[in-house]
Design a protein. Sequence first.
Length: 123
Amino acid sequence: MIESLPRREREVFETLCRLGEAATSAVRIELADPLSDSAVRTLLSRLEAKRLVERVAGPGGVVYRPVPRTETLADSAMRRMVDTFFSGSAVSAATALLGLTQKLTPEEAAALRRAIDQAGDEG
């Protein structure tokens, strides 16, 4: 669903997912190549028409938030990435992700151990 969006719509949507909930100006500021407020509003309106974002009243005015749960989107994106770049191998993907960090915190290492143990128990 997300991969079929035009580049700028996808960028705005992913930015909004990262922020969780934001006004047009906050989305605009976070874009790698900022657009005008009206362009961001137009893109958010298109995403709203596609039922990917919703407009809600916030304390300072209108804010937008993603309609699909971010966890669901992340799971789908991760599956596509693993299938595309790692031939479906979760081990290869995990190894690559671990190579991105210099050192895991004790909490991160413990969480990773629990996830591996749980995956082994389910398999």
